[in-house]
Design a protein around this ligand. Structure first.
Ligand code: SF4
Length: 782
């Protein structure tokens, strides 16, 4: 079936019920007669849908879904169908820019790169490479991340590398490592087609991974639909379809999971054989959740007790189960601890490693998986363990460098700490690629202050003049999707090759070419005096990555550009012996948790303290999964009399990240032109707020002015989408991160975007205190 529906109005399209095979449906937005179709994958969320780019006369004129693709069977959501229009935006950056005395001037590539090299040498000479930091993205390609990882770790030897994946999927990685010993999603999207139950926990799948939700909707509309349990304080689209919707109080994720696991154990909904053969830690988990009776859980999470029992029965008795977890968990209190309880649910029931059973500790951004795999986020490439000397020796051999240049004396520096080091003057040069921290990091007033520091030299590599680029010393114009070649790996480990379809505008260059240029100018060498970075093309970089990944869980050694060109998506691990890839991990119940092989020795969930190798070896799980328990801890900041509302921030269907691309696509921007504050019917009535009325939302850190949107959100909770900054509208504060707080999960270091206390008022009133002076507030608002 070919579909040219209006996906802006009809986001998920017509139903094609699942009856033994997910039917194909090729969605298209091609505008003109296409000369050539170029194979690619959509890079506007972690679903990684297979697409073809339609090219006419050297420009992109549309896309269509790949009907043979294992991820989407031809379907595309609104961002996938229209996002390509940003490529032709008239305000693309086309020449390097250098800022002097507050003004940008155009420069040649030679001049810009020489300035960066001169600064790098100067900083390294005076302060060591520990004064250089890199902050990258979840939107570059695998080949670019790997090259950046080698430059940072073996060229400069700086531990200060991270991606904006810290804000998005750091908890996914941390939870997988803590439970299974290593990053990597165990399941396969085909699980959706056969599973008996779906569990969405803090994952607004309908708006974030629209095509994944289409797949779920097609199961729900076919014969034998799965049961659906949703945990979310908002009435997200999936909640409206759910058998059980638990609209919990923010910050209570661990409590609700402990309550559910309590009932599983109480009713003996357990796979005892699996537990004893393939896990450790059951006794501690049983002891921890014992106190979480339905009564206590219901009181704390503020949801009806009978709904907890209903949810537990579905999760405890379904023969197969697919769970998906995202920002409602990752950006909230006790992120890793809560995400691990979902892993525990599957381990308790032995629902892993077979068709219909999958855990998706979801990724947000399209290539976040590659940031993690390739070492661009501070982790070592190939899921190696920084605390294991044999893993360091392994990398040193591969790169032909001394082991000591590879940072491994302490955990890698996470993004929140990188910005703290910038604030303290410890990092002197910060190189930002493909991301926009001046909108996406918490407490933006502080972030702006950091960028304004005189002795911080900032390089920004981007396609547009973002809010961050505007604060840079040097801007390097970057090519984007469609203008360069490279691989991306989606959340179910499917690798796609995206081919270059058109030339980038002006002098813009692929991120890979920029990193290679830097490596050459810096003259990074290996032990034999040969160039450290030995590749020049994306395909050569991919071959180098294959060698690095070989023998590790994310083994790509059986893939080639040629094989990736002839079929639409291959799941790692993929070896010469297993060239078609692997649908499910842990099919034999063996996990990568052996002390010599694992990616981490684990953490204390409450403090984040790193477990020592000695301690881990003393209790080596030797290939078994670890059931890690956690007790509930209250949030750092909770509503009080001064700030009586919870604020959660998040995403909406038509925009991606800080709108750098989607905000420039008229079709998408016109559907979601401005931020808003979602407020419950009850709160709106209590405070006399009309739909669309301009409100001021204020926290201890700042304020925004945004119109009210009245919905069925949980009373006492407000929601503001985080996409909006100031590049296209700067007449009033409106970025949600003006309000958020600088606190993070102790294990994954992911910031708490979902837990801030705020108050509301009319613009210019500095916010009022509704609980204490409710009648005055109502009068004032009137
Ligand atoms: S679901 Fe994600 S990957 Fe697929 S078309 Fe939409 S934005 Fe692109």
């Amino acid at each position: 079936m070919t579909s040219t529906r209006n996906s802006l109005e009809d986001v998920w399209g017509p139903r094609t019920p699942y009856r033994g095979q997910w039917p194909e449906r090729s969605d298209s937005s091609a505008e003109a007669n296409v000369d050539t179709w170029i194979p690619s994958a959509c890079v506007l969320c972690s679903n990684g849908c297979g697409v073809e780019i339609g090219v006419k006369d050297g420009t992109i004129v549309g896309v269509r879904g790949r009907a043979d693709d294992r991820v989407n069977r031809g379907r595309l959501g609104p961002k996938g169908l229209y996002g390509w229009k940003a490529n032709a935006s008239p305000d693309r950056l086309t020449r390097p820019l250098i800022q002097t005395e507050g003004r940008f001037r155009e420069a040649s590539w030679d001049e810009a790169m020489e300035l960066i090299v001169q600064k790098s040498q100067e900083v390294r000479r005076h302060y060591t490479a520990g004064a250089i930091g890199f902050y990258t993205s979840g939107q570059l390609f695998l080949e670019e991340y790997y090259t950046l990882g080698v430059i940072g770790k073996a060229g400069l030897g700086t531990p200060h590398m991270d991606g904006n994946t810290r804000l998005c999927t750091a908890t996914s990685s941390a939870a997988l490592k803590e439970s299974f010993g290593c990053d990597g999603q165990p399941g396969s999207y085909s699980d959706i087609d056969t599973t008996d139950a779906l569990f969405n926990f803090g994952h607004n799948v309908a708006e974030q991974q629209t095509v994944l939700w289409m797949r779920m909707l097609d199961r729900l509309s076919g014969p034998n639909p799965p049961k659906l349990v949703v945990v979310d304080p908002r009435p997200v689209p999936a909640a409206l379809k759910a058998d059980v919707h638990l609209s919990i109080k923010p910050g209570t994720n661990v409590a609700i999971m402990n309550g559910l696991l309590h009932l599983l154990i109480k009713h003996d909904w357990l796979d005892h054989q699996y537990l004893s053969a393939h896990t450790v830690g059951f006794e501690q988990l049983e002891k921890t959740v014992k106190a979480w009776t339905p009564e206590r859980t219901a009181r704390l999470a503020d949801v009806p007790e009978n709904k907890i029992r209903d949810a537990a029965e579905i999760l405890g008795t379904a023969p197969t189960l697919v769970s998906t977890v995202l920002q409602g968990v990752y950006q909230s209190m006790q992120a890793t601890a809560a995400a691990c309880q979902v892993n525990n649910l599957h381990l308790l029931r032995g629902l892993l490693g077979r068709e219909g059973c999958g855990i998706y500790q979801m990724n947000g951004q399209p290539t976040a998986q590659n940031t993690r795999e390739c070492g661009a986020d501070g982790d070592l490439p190939g899921f190696r363990n920084w605390d294991n000397p044999s893993h360091i020796a392994d990398l040193a051999r591969l790169w032909n460098v001394e082991p000591n240049i590879i940072p491994h004396w302490a955990p890698p520096t996470h993004a929140m700490q990188i910005f703290r080091y910038c604030e303290q003057g410890i990092i002197k040069l910060l190189w930002i690629s493909g991301t926009n921290p001046a909108v996406s990091l918490p407490d933006l007033r502080r972030i702006r202050r950091i960028f304004n520091q005189k002795d911080l030299f900032v390089v920004v590599q981007d396609a547009f003049m973002t809010e961050t680029a505007a604060r840079a010393d040097v801007i390097l114009p970057a090519a984007i999707w469609g203008e360069k070649t490279g691989c991306c790996t989606n959340v179910d480990r499917t690798v796609h090759l995206s081919q270059k379809a058109i030339e980038p505008p002006g002098e813009a260059r692929a991120d890979l070419d920029i990193f290679l240029d830097y490596a050459e100018r810096m003259n990074f060498r290996d032990k034999d005096g040969q160039p450290l970075v030995k590749w020049r093309t994306p395909e050569e970089a991919f071959e180098a990555w294959k060698a690095c990944s070989k023998g590790r869980p994310c083994d790509y050694s059986g893939m080639t550009y040629e094989r990736l060109s002839t079929r639409s998506g291959i799941q790692w691990p993929c070896t010469i012996e297993n060239p078609d890839g692997t649908s499910h991990l842990y099919t034999d119940g063996h996990f990568p948790s052996d002390a010599e092989y694992c990616e981490t020795y684990g953490h204390d969930f409450d403090t984040g303290a790193v477990a020592t190798p000695e301690r881990y070896r003393a209790h080596d799980p030797q290939g078994r999964a670890v059931l890690k328990a956690s007790n509930y801890l209250p949030p750092f900041e909770e509503p009080d009399e001064q700030f009586p509302f919870w604020l959660t921030t998040g995403r909406i269907v038509y925009q991606f990240h800080t709108r750098t691309k989607t905000g420039r696509v008229e079709e998408l921007q016109s559907k979601a032109p401005e931020p808003f504050v979602e407020i419950s019917n009850q709160d709106a009535a209590d405070y006399g707020i009309a739909d669309g009325e301009m409100m001021e939302v204020r926290s201890r850190r700042g304020y925004v002015q945004v119109p009210a949107r009245i919905t069925g959100i949980r009373p006492g909770v407000l929601f503001i989408p985080f996409h909006y900054g100031y590049w296209d509208e700067n007449s009033h504060p409106r970025a949600a991160n003006e309000l958020t707080l600088v606190e993070w999960d102790p294990v994954s270091k992911q910031p708490h975007f979902k837990c801030a206390a705020v108050r509301i008022g009319k613009p210019g009133t500095s916010g009022l205190v509704p609980k204490l002076v409710k009648t005055i507030v109502r009068k004032t608002l009137e």
